[in-house]
Design a protein around this ligand. Structure first.
Ligand SMILES: [Mg+2]
Length: 401
C-alpha cells in the first residue's frame, strides 16, 4: 500500500480549502518533496527547486513540511491495515507491506473486498487516498501498487504477471539501482519481464544474491519476508527551534544548529537509524526559508561528523542583511543501522570511538535528562536559555566534548 501524494494529501486533509488546488510541500527543504495531482498536471515534478517553482508556476501553493502530522497520519493509516492482519511491515512513512494470506475465510471476504474495505476506511477516517497492489510477492506487490495511481487497486497473479512485467522498465524494479540496470541493459535486459525470463544459471553466474532474490520474486516465488518488526516509519527526523529575539549573530545561529543536530542524531541513534542526507535551514523574520542539503557518502548519526559539513556551507545559506528567527535540521533518507557505521573518508577508527562515546552519552541522557552532556558548539544556545531560569540547568553542564 502506498499513500497518494502523501504529504500534500495530509495537508489537504488538515486544511480542506487546499483541495483541488496545485500545491507542493518542501518549502523548508528548498525543493518540492510532495506534489498534488493538480500541480503534477501543470508540469511540476518532485525535487524541483522552490525558487524555480515560484518563477515558473506562480499559482502553485508552497507549504513547509509538517512531519509530526505526517507521522500521525502514517500511524493511523497503518492501524487501519492492522484491523485485517497482524503482519504489517512499515516500509516508509507512506508505504507498508501486509501479508493477507489466509484471511479471506475468517474475515468472510475475498482479498479484493479486504482491500476495498481498507481503502474505504482510510478515505473515511483520514480523508486521504491510497493505492494498493496485491500480488504473490513483495516485489510484484510493489509493481502493482505503483501501477494505477491515485486511488488504485491492482491485482497481479501468477497467471497475468507477465502482462505487467512487459511494461516495467528494468530501472523501475524495486531494488535495482542505476548501475545494475545499466549492466542489465547492456545484456539486453530492458524490462522486468526480460529479467524474469532469464534462466537460473545466467542469473547465478552474473548477479549476486539480492538480484537472485528479485528474479525469484518476479517469478512469483516469495523469498522476501514481511517483517512486522521493521520500524522504518521515520522517513526523516526534524529538529527545529524558534528563538527570541530574532538574530543575525552567526555564532549563535551555528550554536542553535548544533543543538538541532545533536537532538536529531540522538533520536536517530535511539531508533538505530542513520541518515544519507542532512538538510538544514534558516528561517527569516519574514518566514522565508533558506536551505541547503548535504549528501553523505555513508549514513551518519553522529553530530561530530555532520556539524563540520554544515559549517562549511553555512555561508551559502546565511545572508548578513537578513534576520533569522528559526533554525532547523532534518536527517533524511534514514536507513536502519544494524551494523556499525561504515568507513567514512577513511576515518573508521575515529568513527568507532565516537560511537562508543555516544553510547555512553545516550545512557547518561536516559538517566539524567536532555543536554546533560553536549557538544561545546551547542553551549551558546543553552546559555541563552539558562539565563534567568532555574539553576539546575547549570548543574547539568557536566562535561563538554
Ligand atoms: Mg507515496
Amino acid at each position: 500500500m502506498d499513500g497518494d501524494a502523501f504529504f500534500v494529501a495530509c495537508e489537504v486533509s488538515k486544511n480542506p480549502s487546499l483541495r483541488g488546488k496545485p500545491a507542493v510541500t518542501g518549502e523548508e527543504r528548498g525543493i518540492a518533496t510532495a506534489i498534488s495531482y493538480e500541480a503534477k498536471a501543470l508540469g511540476v515534478s518532485r525535487g524541483m527547486p522552490i525558487f524555480q517553482l515560484k518563477k515558473n508556476f506562480p499559482s502553485v501553493i508552497i507549504l513547509p513540511g509538517d512531519y509530526a502530522t505526517y507521522a500521525l497520519y502514517s500511524q493511523k493509516m497503518f492501524d487501519v491495515v492492522r484491523r485485517y492482519t497482524d503482519t504489517v511491515e512499515e516500509y516508509s512513512i507512506d508505504e507498508c507491506f501486509a501479508d493477507l494470506t489466509g484471511w479471506q475465510k475468517p474475515l468472510r471476504m475475498t482479498y479484493r473486498e479486504i482491500l476495498e474495505n481498507i481503502k474505504k476506511e482510510i478515505k473515511e477516517e483520514l480523508d486521504i487516498t491510497v493505492s494498493i497492489g496485491l500480488a504473490p510477492t513483495k516485489t510484484l506487490a510493489k509493481v502493482a501498487s505503483k501501477w494505477c495511481k491515485p486511488d488504485g487497486l491492482t491485482i497481479i497473479s501468477k497467471e497475468n504477471s507477465h502482462e505487467f512485467l512487459l511494461k516495467v522498465p528494468i530501472y523501475n524494479v524495486w531494488g535495482i539501482g542505476p548501475s545494475t540496470s545499466q549492466f542489465l541493459m547492456r545484456h539486453d535486459i530492458k524490462t522486468a519481464h526480460d529479467l524474469a525470463n532469464k534462466d537460473k544459471a545466467w542469473i547465478e553466474h552474473f548477479l549476486s544474491k539480492p538480484y537472485f532474490d528479485i528474479w525469484q520474486e518476479l517469478n512469483c516465488l516469495s523469498v522476501r519476508a514481511i517483517d512486522p518488526e521493521a520500524k522504518n516509519s521515520y522517513a526523516s527526523i526534524q529538529k527545529t527551534k524558534t528563538f527570541h529575539p530574532p538574530t543575525k549573530n552567526i555564532p549563535f545561529l551555528l550554536s542553535e544548529l548544533s543543538k538541532n543536530v545533536e537532538a536529531a542524531c540522538l533520536k536517530a541513534r535511539h531508533y538505530h537509524l542513520a541518515a544519507k542526507r542532512v538538510h538544514f535551514f534558516l528561517k527569516t523574520q519574514e518566514f522565508r526559508y533558506h536551505a541547503i542539503e548535504i549528501p553523505f557518502l555513508s549514513p551518519v548519526n553522529l553530530p561530530e561528523i555532520i556539524l563540520p559539513q554544515i559549517e562549511k556551507v553555512f555561508n551559502k545559506v546565511y545572508r548578513s542583511d537578513r534576520i533569522y528567527r528559526t533554525t532547523g535540521v532534518t536527517l533524511r533518507e534514514l536507513i536502519s543501522q544494524r551494523v556499525t557505521q561504515p568507513d567514512l573518508f577513511g576515518n573508521s577508527i575515529k568513527t568507532d570511538s565516537l560511537e562508543m562515546i555516544h553510547e555512553q552519552i545516550d545512557s547518561l541522557e536516559e538517566k539524567f535528562g536532555r543536554h546533560v552532556v553536549h557538544l561545546a558548539s551547542t553551549q551558546k544556545s543553552l546559555n541563552r536559555k539558562v539565563k534567568g531560569t532555574d539553576s539546575n540547568d547549570l548543574d547539568r553542564d557536566l562535561l563538554f566534548l
